[in-house]
Design a protein. Structure first.
Length: 692
């Protein structure tokens, strides 16, 4: 504070503002106007100037700084040298306009992180100013001014929201290596680019781009891109470690803004943006928010496999057949089936990208999976680490979505994996479930962004695969709802392990509640992936938009489907009995069970069973046709009921099914249909809670 209350070159130093590593800033007054004056000692001037007494060059650099004129950059208006022995020798003084405002650091300390809109408003003004500095002197090798010391302390924000960048150009005259002992490096360390740490003299404007990425990261999260305890640890991480994705710190950050930040924080300058305009263009990617009205009416989505002749025959009688789920790995091995669904305009296609299977080493045993363009080609499996880099994530998403479009999907499905993958080795320092969940959320956002840019007319559903047991915890369930509801997708496909007739009523209750709440609060369709017909009918009666199932198969998802290398040989078929709300296993060569049930319940009168013998009815193709006929008819009946009547009707069907099972004591033991009692309990509870 040695200059306080002095008059030097007609400037009266009236207030001390702050002090940095190489000088101090004072508030001064001259001719009734206020100024800020930065004072730095000659000892901090670059050695080459001190050694050769090249004051003319210092003056030239200062004149260039004074020539800067931009609304987002503080104006240098004057300079002078103050040389008095009692003040420690020669001091250089830079006079600038006085800004009545706070710096960005003060605002972060006082108010915390910015929302995305406010942060980007300030950030774009900073960008504009930096762009001006970089292009100040044309396009030569020595073009422009690289700031080198951008940080929140050097960005002033006025009451009207405008900003001023300060301390630009000082790198041309200040020797920063001479002030490391003062502690200044600790302030600038977090904002230094990797190349600035390794060779501060030979950097270009892309070093400033890195620093801008740190600043935007901090504005949106309040923290830095790396966790560290001491400066050397931080510097090593800046040089070698990938930045912690900002969405892990703040989940509300837009995906494309996260990608902007990660690109700015690339280790190598060539991997960052090449010019400010490219940063602007990336930031301004936006899509008009529209309030869509989604179809939430009950629907059944048939999961296909080896169903060419079945679908051919069924659509011959019902040409308006609705929705199918086609696994991408069947493309080259079920060409006839693919042709049928692609040529029938009444069939709406969802493509299962089969990405879930690529996380297990057994995928290499399935040729169709290995043929997928996004399957690893080096005997790797998909893991969070395999897709750690955001550029690799984007390429993965692009290949998945492009393949779905190539297969003529009407609705796109984001790549997804089972978040509770049990083949992953747990270590004391890792949480694979959190890593898988984080990855799949990132892939959902990447998929939505890619859809928006490449296929804006296509609907896209978020694919999710979780362990049903995890939904029992209210905090976890709330976290999932908060996360999934933030996605700007058109619907959700939820797979849960393991939902079937053996699942306890507590898990079923929380599973159904989760699906219902997700649809209720997003007002977008939620589809339950791979559930059996009885539960599926309950779900849509409860208000869910739909469910997927095969033709009396693929009735549940469980992880062992993808971990087991062996295919079980099936000696029988499953036949759907609507009166029992369930499919029943029937031996092909000994259909006694079917005949005993038929004696009590009667034979089916659908167009595919009526008038046929038992042998014909239980043929594999006929059981599938029968299943489709009954399922589509039942869903039509549910649609025709009033919303409040649907659950009443379904609960009535459960009661009737219990009575029918009781009549079949010679066929079924009581424990074989205990699932109906569970269903009745939790559906009744849900009905009371939601007053469906």
């Amino acid at each position: 504070m040695a200059f306080l209350n002095k008059i030097i070159s007609d400037y009266k130093f009236i207030e001390f503002i702050n002090e940095g590593g190489f000088g101090a800033v004072y508030k001064a007054e001259k001719n009734g106007h206020l100024y800020a004056i930065k004072v730095f000692r000659e000892a901090y001037v670059l050695r080459e100037f001190r050694k050769h007494g090249d004051n003319s060059r210092i003056k030239r650099e200062i004149e260039i700084m004074k020539s800067v004129s931009h609304p987002s950059i503080v104006k240098y208006v004057d300079d002078f040298v103050y040389d008095e022995k009692e003040e420690g020798g020669k001091n250089y003084c830079l006079v600038m306009e006085f800004i009545n405002g706070k710096n960005l650091r003060q605002l972060l300390n006082e108010n915390g992180k910015f929302n995305e809109e406010s942060a980007l408003d300030i950030f774009c003004k900073i960008l504009d100013g930096v762009n001006y500095l970089h292009n100040l002197r044309g396009d030569g090798d020595d073009a422009g001014i690289i700031h080198r010391d951008l940080k929140p302390e050097n960005i002033l924000i006025m009451s009207d929201g405008e900003i001023k960048i300060v301390d630009f150009g000082l790198s041309k005259i200040i020797d920063f290596t001479s002030i490391t002992s003062t502690g200044e490096v600790f302030g600038t360390g977090p904002y230094m680019s990797p190349e600035q740490i390794m060779d501060s003299k030979h950097i270009d404007k892309r070093s400033d781009y890195y620093t801008l990425g740190v600043i935007l990261y901090e504005m949106l999260t309040e923290v830095l891109p790396y966790d560290f305890q001491v400066l050397p640890e931080l510097l090593e991480k800046i040089k070698n470690d990938p930045a912690i994705p900002p969405r892990r710190r703040e989940s509300q950050i837009s995906n494309h803004i996260e990608n902007v930040i990660l690109k700015l924080l690339e280790k190598n300058p060539y991997q960052r943006y090449s010019k400010v305009q490219d940063i602007f263009d990336s930031i301004k990617i936006s899509f008009e928010p529209t309030k869509k009205k989604y179809d939430l009416s009950p629907k059944f989505i048939l999961r296909l496999y080896d169903d060419k002749s079945v679908l051919e025959q069924y659509t011959g009688k019902h040409p308006d057949f609705g929705f199918v789920e086609f696994p991408a790995n069947l493309e080259n091995h079920q060409k006839g089936l693919k042709k049928i669904i692609q040529e029938n305009s009444n069939i709406k296609i969802i493509v299962d990208p089969a990405t879930i299977r690529l996380a297990y080493d057994t995928y290499t045993d399935t040729k169709g999976l290995c043929e997928l363009p996004y399957a690893p080609q080096d005997y790797s499996v998909i893991t969070p680490n395999y897709l750690r880099d955001y550029k690799k994530q984007q390429e993965y998403v692009k290949q998945v979505i492009d393949k779905e479009v190539e297969l003529q999907a009407n609705t796109l499905l984001t790549p997804f994996h089972y978040t509770h993958n049990s083949s992953v080795v747990y270590t004391p320092t890792s949480n694979p479930i959190a890593e898988w969940f984080d990855l799949d959320c990132k892939l959902i956002k990447e998929s939505i962004d890619y859809r928006n840019s490449k296929y804006p007319s296509k609907a896209i559903y978020a694919g999710v695969c979780i362990k049903a047991d995890s939904l029992k915890d209210e905090g976890n369930r709330r976290h999932l709802l908060n996360t999934f509801s933030s996605f700007d997708c058109d619907g959700f496909m939820i797979y849960a392990d393991c939902i079937d007739n053996e699942t306890g009523e507590i898990i079923l209750y929380h599973y159904f509640k989760f699906l219902h709440d997700l649809q209720r609060w997003t007002e977008r369709p939620v589809l339950a992936g791979r559930v059996n017909i009885g539960l599926g009918l309950g779900l849509i009666s409860f208000g869910l938009a739909g469910f997927t199932s095969g033709t009396a198969r693929f009735e549940s998802f469980y992880e062992d489907l993808y971990k087991d290398r062996k295919d079980a040989y099936n000696m029988g078929v499953k036949y759907y009995f609507p009166e029992l709300l369930s499919t029943v296993y029937i031996k092909r060569k000994e259909p006694i069970r079917f005949e005993e049930i038929a004696k009590v319940l009667g034979t089916c009168n659908c167009i595919f069973c009526k008038g046929k013998s038992t042998v014909e009815i239980i043929k594999d193709q006929n059981t599938k046709l029968h299943f489709l006929e009954c399922t589509i008819q039942e869903i039509g009946e549910i649609k025709n009921l009033g919303v409040k009547d649907r659950m009443v009707s379904y609960l009535s069907r459960i009661k009737k099914a219990q009575e029918n099972y009781a009549k079949l004591k010679m066929v079924f033991k009581p424990e074989e249909y205990m699932f109906l009692s569970k269903w009745k309990k939790f559906f009744t509870k849900l009905n009371e809670e939601y007053n469906v």
